[in-house]
Design a binder for this molecule. Sequence first.
Ligand SMILES: Nc1nc2c(c(=O)[nH]1)N[C@H]1C(S)=C(S)[C@@H](COP(=O)(O)OP(=O)(O)OC[C@H]3O[C@@H](n4cnc5c(=O)[nH]c(N)nc54)[C@H](O)[C@@H]3O)O[C@H]1N2
Ligand SMILES: Nc1nc2c(c(=O)[nH]1)N[C@H]1C(S)=C(S)[C@@H](COP(=O)(O)OP(=O)(O)OC[C@H]3O[C@@H](n4cnc5c(=O)[nH]c(N)nc54)[C@H](O)[C@@H]3O)O[C@H]1N2
Ligand code: SF4
Ligand SMILES: [Mo]
Length: 721
Amino acid sequence: MTKPDGIYPSTCWECSTRCGSLVTLENGHAARVGPNPDHPGSKGAFCVKGIRALPELTYSPNRIARPMRRAGPRGSGQWDEISWDEALDEMADRLLAAREEHGPESLIGAVSSAFFSRGAMVALLMRSLGSPNWMMNQDLCGGCRALSDKVTGLGIVGGEDVDNTRCALIAGRNPSAADPVQWMGLKKVKENGAKFIVIDPAETPAAKLADIWLRPKPGSDAAIALAMTHVIIEEDLYDRNFVENWTSGFDELRKRAAQYMPARAAGLAGVSADDIVTAARLYSDGPSCFVSGHGIDAFANGVQTFRAFHCLVAITGNIDRRGGNIRVKRPRGFRNYIDILHDPEFALLPAVAEKALGTDAFPLWAGPKGWQTSVHNPTALDAILTGKPYPVRAMYVSGVNIAVTYPDTRKVLAALNSLDFLAVASHMMTPTSEVADIVLPKTTGLEEEEVSLEPSAQIVCYTNPVKAPEGEARTDFDFTTDLARRLESRGIDTRKFFPWETKQDFNEYLLGDEIDWYLLKKQGWAPFDFSLGNFEEAGFRTPSGKIELWSQMLDDIGVDPLPGYETPRAEQSNASEKRNFPLILITGAREKTYHHSRYRDQAWARKVSPFPLLQVHPDDAHRFDLSDGDWVAVETAGLKGACKLKVAVTPETDTGTVRTGMGWWLPEADGPEKGALDVNVNVALSYDGPWDPVTGSADTRGLPCRVTPVPESEIPMRETA
Ligand SMILES: Nc1nc2c(c(=O)[nH]1)N[C@H]1C(S)=C(S)[C@@H](COP(=O)(O)OP(=O)(O)OC[C@H]3O[C@@H](n4cnc5c(=O)[nH]c(N)nc54)[C@H](O)[C@@H]3O)O[C@H]1N2
Ligand SMILES: Nc1nc2c(c(=O)[nH]1)N[C@H]1C(S)=C(S)[C@@H](COP(=O)(O)OP(=O)(O)OC[C@H]3O[C@@H](n4cnc5c(=O)[nH]c(N)nc54)[C@H](O)[C@@H]3O)O[C@H]1N2
Ligand code: SF4
Ligand SMILES: [Mo]
């Protein structure tokens, strides 16, 4: 129901930064969305996606208004609008038909992460049908960081106290584009005298402000972190007290780090040894805050790279102190979505849970002991295509655009097209929903209620459903529970997994008993009590009960228990590969206007960022005879396909390294792929490995590539839409 006109404190739900917002309702219309200056988490920071993209998405003529059923051949673009009853009954029948014919594990879900409530809904729906299989895209996102954090026992993901730090170590992170709150905080502490150490092959806005900027070869960061560790130990700059009381494996780490003398690491990473030494001294003079990002995650050595940095954070005692990396705190009784998935009450029988695809190879990632209990995506895609180790025939996708955001677009589309049944919940038609059998219309962040924990500010945030949904859109909670009830009436015991009647019940269940609901709703956030450095009381969740510099959990699965460096992918190439693929590709550089594949139909965004760009260093432009504005085809050594991008000649990227974004497709283009086979960088990437031995992450950066001109007749777009 639309609320009376007025100004409502809420939380922007477009990304995991969760800025505090103020939504103005005028004549029942969300006329303005803007920052909430009184919000203790975001402190008035906000971005254009919250101001422009969210309301525009909500009122977009492109929004899916009603459930739809495919009316022609798959991908033909022919749809019949149907009622929710028809859509959910058909979904229940088709999922049960696949289950009957091929077994419960032939059903699979897909979602972006368990961070949002839809993640829990997808996983619980699969479980209620007896399937342990659901994909999430965290192997491509923060999965390596999360796993390293977990096996090391830190619990610091999201707890960067940049506001109070004296030194920020910013590695593989471009906060100016990715996170306005973090970026505002960083700029402010810098003005107040804090130091920046930036490790990034690109000259980002943070690198421009840096006291020391290390420009490594992509994928070589572990060498730098280990060398910094060596210097800090050798020069006795570590926190002896903290190490003795709260860590294990220090001697082993010391010996490992001693293999990375600054001169050697400098050679491996292509940076200066003096800079490594200066960075180590600066970082040890804390409190220092490790600010990490996707640039050192999501690649085949991501966990070991993060382990090297996480051990550095630990031996300098920068854990759970002001200005350092704060351990995640929670209100009493609070549960996040991941807690639900690990709660025995919602568990499958062990024999069923262990069937999750990829559990054998990646037990700390997939299956019952896995980080979020999901599957290894490439193994799941292979199962869909080959029927091995068992058939996977029906899929439910919610809140992820996998035909654009997973590597190897052709393979992903082949897998989706081969399914017996595909249902997709989305706001608008995407390359993923175009090949569905049933499409479900979703509410936006102005139309649904969400609660979530903000670990860096120690508050709980509230997203206020200020207006009634457009058309017949419903929330993920609402229609998934409805579907579960329909499955129940068909004889499946889904109630155990969906005990809540309303979203409000569900949110109250998550909140526990400390948070004041009234206050939360009224001001859009609520504080809770917490203390820093309570190691005695809270402990560390590792086998030894300490921070494990030498990791028992990694040793148990046959992975190096100490952080290690591995020769980057591009340097492992043989001579002929180096000749054929002379450049190194970085993907994923964020654009302020877009959130991954979202908002690609919004005119203002396309005006600001009209083209998918490939940054090329002036030296390489000269070497390969490329000019600003040329259209080129980028192919990687896996030879999966070619992505067409427009050259931007700039010294922002390093010599020998070309850098692009991600998420491009063209809502206005013909065919079900809508440009996903043309301008989407994932068409050129492989998902077939090498994989990180812990998370199964594939390389989305550091890839050997080549760049060739695109003939005039094959240029995919002329100007803005
Ligand atoms: N506007 C906007 N904001 C977003 C998003 C969005 O799509 N749009 N997405 C959100 C999400 S889900 C995520 S995961 C984050 C991602 O945002 P970030 O965590 O900042 O990640 P990236 O922009 O992929 O990469 C950060 C930096 O890593 C560098 N890099 C690449 N390879 C290497 C390497 O080998 N070593 C080092 N040291 N650096 C390297 C890149 O040059 C880049 O400057 O952004 C979030 N915020
Ligand atoms: N090559 C390469 N690939 C990458 C990356 C990279 O750097 N390089 N980055 C990776 C990273 S870090 C990430 S996080 C992923 C992002 O991958 P995705 O999660 O696929 O990205 P989005 O474009 O945000 O897709 C979200 C979709 O869900 C819909 N949606 C949004 N909110 C809701 C909701 O509440 N309910 C439902 N049902 N639908 C909703 C949106 O309309 C949109 O279609 O991409 C990964 N892929
Ligand atoms: S950074 Fe932008 S999109 Fe993300 S929560 Fe804040 S305002 Fe919303
Ligand atoms: Mo991400």
